[in-house]
Design a protein. Structure first.
Length: 116
């Protein structure tokens, strides 16, 4: 019997699209994103990952409820791993220059929108 290989990108998609974005949950989101750090991805997968990252940034900033456990930043993780610092992202205290360019634009745009 053949075993289906587990797909880390689909795990991340599950947490980003169906848990965090819809109801502010998704406690496995950070671990799922971390599992993708050193993976070789096709260009299509890289685009999917970028789209999911954008969704996570937008959800953290816009969703009225995010599970408080997700907002507790992990000080043992480097700041450039932004998914471990969702609390800082939510309150606008994350250093935008550490985000990838496409995420930086979304973060700053939403940060400005919430300032008014």
């Amino acid at each position: 019997m053949a075993t289906k290989r587990l797909d880390p990108l689909n795990f991340y998609r599950e947490y980003a699209e169906f848990q965090l974005a819809t109801d502010g949950e998704g406690l496995g989101l950070r671990s799922a994103r971390q599992a993708l750090v050193n993976r070789s991805l096709t260009p299509q997968e890289q685009q999917s990952l970028a789209d999911l990252d954008e969704l996570v940034i937008a959800s953290v900033q816009d969703n009225p409820y995010i599970n408080p456990v997700l907002l507790k930043d992990d000080a043992t993780q480097p700041l450039h791993y932004w998914w471990w610092h969702l609390g800082k992202l939510r309150v606008g205290a994350y250093p935008a220059e550490l985000l990838p360019e496409q995420l930086r634009a979304i973060y700053r745009q939403r940060e400005l929108a919430h300032a008014f």
